[in-house]
Write a protein that binds this ligand. Structure first.
Ligand SMILES: [Zn+2]
Length: 116
């Protein structure tokens, strides 16, 4: 049984089948996930007055955006100019090979097996 699959099913609130329940009963990691999600569900159901404050998501996203250095710097091959340069080099090599192929077809002395 795949632990990730079981834990994702629990987290999504999907109906867990008997095989997944049997696995969660013997797997420490999955049983911990089942227990914590069960506690969260019970907490949310016990107090229906709990509501998300107005603009909460916007404030969280703004706070995340204000965090300096949260995004890892790009590696050298992830930089846009490097990727564009590699594409240009690849295109030039392709055009060169195409030109060489056409030239060898049109000029038999250049191709293998051509008579001089
Ligand atoms: Zn498991």
């Amino acid at each position: 049984m795949d632990c990730n699959r079981v834990q994702e099913m629990v987290a999504r609130g999907e109906c867990v089948g008997p095989a997944e329940r049997a696995h969660a009963a013997v797997c420490a990691a999955c049983s911990a996930v089942v227990e914590s999600w069960g506690q969260l569900d019970a907490l949310l159901q016990d107090d229906p007055a709990v509501t998300v404050p107005q603009g909460f998501a916007d404030r969280v996203m703004a706070a995340i955006a204000d965090q300096p250095g949260t995004v890892a710097p790009l590696r050298w091959f992830e930089r846009r100019w490097v990727q564009l340069g590699l594409v240009q080099v690849g295109a030039l090599v392709s055009l060169f090979n195409l030109f060489r192929f056409v030239l060898r077809v049109l000029v038999p002395s250049l191709s293998l097996g051509g008579s001089p």
